[in-house]
Design a protein around this ligand. Structure first.
Ligand SMILES: *Cc1c(COP(=O)(O)O)cnc(C)c1O
Length: 236
């Protein structure tokens, strides 16, 4: 099988799994958007993915996202899903459709300034470390809660929701409570927003746990390895 055929088969299985999870959760199938994470994929595979009609692509490194944005033509929408250093913000703002990984107030303030200067406002998700692991990026929920009023007052930051990463383990059921926590936290913040921020988007779920994410309310799932399963680097 060619890389394109492998990817097409994987995408088909993923779409069916997404539909089934939506069905279990009593949600319409169109309420979940797949973000194809291409950080470990060969450029040829990414081209195949785009040719198959997948235009929502995620990268975790600003340089690679910007390089690939130039290499790929067409309707690609870029999702920044990895940590963004403040000195990379000016590179990310003109390219990203949605930044999933806004993980500190300092970064958020920097984006606020750059978005105003460039006159482009990518969507933003605030990354929350709901599991409290030291190794994880993301806002501590208490910190985010404490600064919520200041965040509501930002003029140029287009904040659309929250993102989290569950601890990596084999059993997706282990991820579920963290996803639920993120949804409950989103509801709390939206309640405290005087209608100024509705936070409709929840980015939660990766290859190993996206079904649990959807059942707990994810509107965006970020899948990498599952899409390219069966391919080895160098495959055409
Ligand atoms: C790599 C990555 C993913 C995709 O992980 P897979 O397990 O390969 O699906 C999703 N989200 C983030 C933030 C990532 O860095």
């Amino acid at each position: 099988m060619s890389a394109s055929e492998v990817i097409a088969r994987n995408l088909n299985e993923i779409r069916l799994a997404i539909e089934a999870a939506c069905e279990r959760a009593g949600r319409p199938a169109g309420s979940v958007q797949l973000i194809a994470v291409t950080k470990y994929a060969e450029l040829d595979w990414v081209r195949a993915l785009v040719a198959l009609g997948e235009f929502q692509l995620g990268e975790s490194r600003p340089q690679q996202m910007c390089r690939r944005a130039e290499e790929l033509s067409g309707d690609v929408r870029w999702h920044m899903i990895g940590h963004v250093q403040r000195n990379k913000v000016d590179m990310v703002i003109p390219v990203a459709e949605l930044v999933h990984s806004v993980d500190s107030l300092r970064l958020l303030r920097k984006i606020e300034g750059s978005a105003a200067a460039v006159g482009r406002r990518p969507g933003l998700l605030l990354e929350v470390n709901v599991s409290g692991e030291d190794s994880k990026d993301g806002f501590d929920p208490v910190e985010l809660s404490t600064h919520w009023q200041e965040i509501l007052d930002l003029q140029h930051a287009d904040i659309r929701g929250l993102m989290t990463m569950a601890p990596r383990v084999d059993d997706p059921e282990f991820a579920r409570p963290f996803f639920r926590k993120l949804r409950v936290f989103r509801d709390e913040l939206a309640d405290r927003s005087d209608g100024r921020l509705e936070l409709p988007e929840l980015s939660m779920g990766m290859s190993g746990d996206f079904e649990a994410g959807i059942e707990e309310g994810a509107t965006l799932v970020r899948l990498g390895s599952r899409i390219f399963e069966g391919l080895n680097r160098g495959d055409q």
